[in-house]
Write a protein that binds this ligand. Structure first.
Ligand SMILES: C[S@@+](CC[C@H](N)C(=O)[O-])C[C@H]1O[C@@H](n2cnc3c(N)ncnc32)[C@H](O)[C@@H]1O
Length: 458
């Protein structure tokens, strides 16, 4: 046997096994892995965290560890810009590429040290163990240890004067929000993104009674906001189908169709069905169209839990032909979803300006296409969960210009949306921002960013 073969590996298998068995190690490892998949491979966080089809390591964790992973990755994404700046301050030179998970391990550790209730000692030691177990990160184990310990000792100096609003917002989004809403509002949006969103419910009937039962508050136009967190399906009324989860802002566009009782309404891009449920609960005959069979299946499951009936059509709106025109049409067009960053902090780091360009083209085509699907005199509501005016105000204005003589704008009135006059623009569009209040109480601040425009076919 050669002397080389006799040499013991630096990390024996039993040492490695010991580290991997340490309480909390698996959750940190999975968190760093998922963070890497999101920011480098642009995989949506929801997909990684899916209990059925998500990251295999995540799926094999127990419930508490899954919650910990969600919290760590959420904090690491919400504060990504600050954490990167802190690393710049701590490192003499950038970490070279191809060093395995080093950067993700550091981000995960700093998220715990600065933004979660995790003792520094635990965060540092688990990060060092993780670096030691990753073949390419192993040479940086000492650096991980040194950098994190220094942060622990000098945290006040190292974290001084961080401009969190700008740092945690990718440049192109910051510019877009500054152009669209002004500097002050761009800052307020960025601050809103650092706060986790409340749980909002849409109620099938009698929201006041359900607000009382669940200990919530009425916000917006009859939504119920709950402060408490936890498993949604354990709440009263879930299994009997009394309500569904829907952000207060997402519940407003369907309201703009007014009294839909007995009307034939097309809900286009309908899955998973929040707006279809609202329309069906309000007495409309709803046709829900969506391109994704998988998402439509979820819509059908949701409707069945809620005891609501809709007709589903799996089709691309660019090729679908309705048999007869509808009384009203709701188009919740595919968009960048930058209005949902509070709930989906990955969106800020996954989406790029190119996505907005591409999606704006699709939105334009869909709008032009569905115009003839509504009877003359019927209403069309166009909406997106985007903060980008290119997918909202600009898109609606361009539609009006292209279809001059064919459509007119029907301005939104504050009374239709629970008196939220700060969510109505001068042009009569609905414009909700994450920093907007959904009611009069301090706990009512915050909603998804949403845009909606209402038109009538001439
Ligand atoms: C913002 S989500 C819709 C949310 C839904 N309206 C709700 O309230 O629950 C956008 C949906 O558009 C669908 N979609 C995207 N492009 C489409 C197309 N060309 N035709 C039909 N559906 C499309 C996606 O599958 C996705 O379900």
């Amino acid at each position: 046997m050669s002397s080389r073969a006799n040499k013991k590996p630096v990390h024996s298998e039993s040492q490695e096994a010991g580290r991997q068995d340490k309480p909390g190690f698996a959750a940190r490892k999975v968190a760093a892995d998922i963070l890497g998949n999101v920011v480098h491979k642009k995989r949506p966080l929801d997909g990684e965290l899916d209990a059925g089809s998500g990251h295999s390591g995540f799926r094999s964790l127990a419930g508490n560890d899954r919650s910990l992973v969600r919290a760590i990755v959420g904090a690491a994404l919400r504060h990504r810009g600050e954490i990167s700046e802190i690393l710049d301050r701590l490192l003499d030179r950038p970490i070279p590429e191809k060093t395995g998970r080093v950067l993700d391990i550091l981000h995960v550790a700093i998220a715990q040290m600065l933004f979660l209730d995790v003792p520094d000692r635990a965060a540092v030691s688990l990060a060092v163990d993780h670096a030691g177990l990753d073949r390419r990160a192993r040479p940086y184990k000492g650096l991980v240890n040194g950098v994190l310990r220094r942060l622990g000792r000098e945290r006040d100096d190292i974290t001084a004067d961080l401009d969190s609003d700008i740092l945690n917002t990718p440049d192109w989004l910051w510019e877009s929000w500054k152009d669209g809403y002004g500097l002050e509002t761009a800052g307020a949006i960025a601050r809103a993104h650092r706060v986790e969103a409340a749980l909002d419910l849409s109620i099938k009937s009698d929201p006041e009674a359900w607000a009382d039962k669940l200990g919530g508050r009425i916000v917006g136009k009859g939504s119920v906001r709950l402060a408490r967190k936890g498993a949604v399906d354990a709440l009263e009324g879930f299994s009997e189908g009394a309500w569904w989860v829907q952000d207060v802002a997402a519940a407003l566009p369907a309201r703009l169709l007014g009294d839909v009782r007995g009307l034939k309404v097309a809900d286009l891009c309908a899955a998973p069905g929040g707006k279809s449920a609202q329309l069906a609960a309000a007495g409309a005959n709803v046709t829900s169209v969506d391109i994704s069979k998988g998402r439509l299946k979820r819509l059908e499951e949701n409707m069945s839990r809620l005891g609501l009936n809709v007709t589903t059509v799996a089709s691309d709106i660019r090729t679908f032909e309705p048999e007869a025109p509808f009384d009203a049409v709701l188009l919740d067009a595919p968009c960048s979803a930058t209005g949902t960053i509070r709930r989906h902090p990955d969106v800020a780091w996954i989406k790029k300006p190119y996505d907005i360009e591409k999606l704006s083209e699709i939105q334009k085509d869909l709008l032009d296409r569905v115009l003839s699907w509504v009877k003359p005199g019927g209403l069309i509501v166009y909406c997106t969960c985007s903060l980008e005016t290119a997918e909202g105000e600009d898109q609606a204005n361009a539609f009006l210009e292209r279809q001059a003589g064919e459509i007119e704008r029907v301005p939104v009135q504050a009374e239709e949306i629970g008196g939220l006059d700060h969510c109505v623009t001068e042009d009569g569009y609905l414009r909700c921002l994450p920093c907007h209040a959904a009611g009069s109480g301090a706990e009512d601040v915050g909603m998804d960013g949403f845009f909606a425009a209402r038109f009538r076919r001439s």
